[in-house]
Design a binder for this molecule. Structure first.
Ligand SMILES: Nc1ncnc2c1ncn2[C@@H]1O[C@H](COP(=O)(O)OP(=O)(O)O)[C@@H](O)[C@H]1O
Ligand SMILES: [Mg+2]
Length: 427
């Protein structure tokens, strides 16, 4: 019997996406972790609880009784202050406080924060009046992006190709209120045409250590065509962020953000995700997220060569600076999202998925929109599965992932055929 000098903890994961399944998969490998519970979870996550995921009291009660270390996946509970509530009950919970989560929950707050702290982002103005916003458009000689201030489930951003489209976007958000109160105010910002990538770091409020680089594929169709989605696939690492650019982003965006937050009296603990647009080798922050990306999390977890639990604990305890530099597998990882045909519009659900047993053991099939019923796995959402594979090169990771994708089927399965190709084309 191996001697242990630490107590085992249970983990409570809040969320129901592929990201949460990937986090639970990685955390289950920790020698310090005992049982993992998920709320509400999906067809692949361990020990789904039937308590209300939106009720902090129920979650707090469960975490207390079961000695849980809680990990929050999505932004909504963070923005609602779940971390503050757990902390005031002396419970360990990983993620930013409500105030720190403003970096994501209010795009206006984030833009103003970047402006006053000299963090690279596109030029912008803020409006609550459609007439004034349209007048401002006339003074510009560049294309714009119109953004609703608040959380809009990834739909509140309209990238415009003309003034007509921009006027329509202003009306959609400010007049028609398509995104409700999230659209009480808007940002009109310069459209940056460049290459988009994701830069994610882990912070304890004082320092931030980089996670592996990655690139998402946000549009529904091959070649980045069609409407935006939650993300149709991702790979890691990405050649788009080379070592020099990574250093620049780390120092001039991530470290600067963490320090500026601290100076403003807000400790940022958790995953800090900067959505970056790179133009002429200059990085611009499009937005912050205050949690792991989904699907970026899936390939990042597969390449992670250290005990995630130790680092999440260090983030909470403020001891990241004394942790060893995190190690990453040399291999590339690719996650292909399998969706229900019709997504991001309407799509059928409750279709039985088959083929899981034919997938090679070293490929991870992370569940997202699935549920279990009578021993079967049924589709239960737009993004259904994230098939994630390693490979010695990006090319071989792509072929391993798509090899496994072939094995899985259901009537209205849809996926992009070109996940990772942007990385190959970059060389
Ligand atoms: N200033 C910009 N210039 C060009 N494209 C942008 C800009 N801002 C956002 N986008 C595009 O719109 C997408 C969504 O915008 P983002 O700010 O990330 O909001 P969210 O993820 O909340 O929808 C981005 O992934 C990017 O492709
Ligand atoms: Mg985004």
């Amino acid at each position: 019997m191996v001697k242990r000098y630490f107590a085992l903890v249970n983990i409570l994961i809040v969320g129901s996406g592929g990201r949460e399944h990937a986090l639970s998969w990685k955390l289950s490998q920790s020698r310090k972790v005992d049982t993992i519970f998920t709320v509400p979870g999906n067809g692949g996550t361990p020990n789904n609880l039937s308590i209300d995921a939106d009720d902090p009291d129920g979650l707090i009660d469960f975490a207390k009784k079961n000695n849980c270390f809680t990990v929050v996946g999505p932004e909504a509970p963070l923005a609602a202050g779940i971390v503050d509530e757990f902390n005031s009950n002396n419970l360990k919970i990983f993620g930013p406080s409500r105030k720190a989560a403003q970096l994501e929950s209010s795009k206006i707050w984030a833009k103003n924060f970047m402006r006053r702290n000299g963090i690279s982002t596109s030029r912008f103005e803020i409006f609550d009046d459609a007439q004034k916003a349209k007048k401002y458009l006339e003074s510009l000689d560049y294309n714009v992006v119109v953004k609703a201030d608040g959380l809009a489930a990834g739909k509140g951003v309209i990238v415009c190709n003309s003034d007509d489209e921009a006027r329509l976007a202003i009306d959609t958000i400010l007049v028609k209120k398509t995104f409700g109160d999230a659209g009480n105010r808007i940002i009109i910002e310069e459209r940056i045409d460049g290459i988009e990538a994701s830069y994610i770091a882990l912070s304890d409020g004082s320092v931030a250590i980089p996670m592996a680089t990655s690139q998402d594929h946000k549009r529904i169709f091959d070649g980045d065509k069609g409407p935006n989605t939650g993300g149709m696939g991702a790979y890691s690492p990405t050649p788009v962020i080379d070592d020099l650019l990574a250093k620049k982003i780390q120092e001039e965006i991530i470290d600067k953000t963490i320090l500026a937050m601290k100076n403003e009296g807000i400790q940022f603990k958790g995953f800090l995700y900067a959505g970056i647009m790179i133009r002429d080798n200059e990085p611009f922050v499009l937005e912050y997220n205050v949690r792991m990306g989904d699907p970026e999390c899936q390939p990042i977890m597969m390449r992670m060569d250290f005990d995630l639990y130790d680092y999440l604990e260090a983030s909470i305890d403020g001891t990241l600076s004394s942790m060893p530099q995190p190690a990453w597998k040399k291999e590339s990882a690719v996650c292909v999202v399998l969706a229900s045909e019709g997504y991001p519009g309407s799509y059928p659900s409750n279709e039985e998925i088959s083929g899981f047993d034919s997938v090679p053991n070293d490929v991870c099939v992370f569940h997202a929109g699935t549920k279990r019923r009578d021993g079967k796995i049924l589709s239960n959402g737009g993004r259904v599965l994230g098939v994630t594979a390693l490979g010695d090169s990006l090319e071989s990771a792509i072929s391993n992932a798509y090899g496994a994708v072939e094995k899985i089927s259901w009537p209205h399965k849809y996926c992009r055929k070109d996940i990772g190709q942007k990385g190959l084309a970059y060389f």
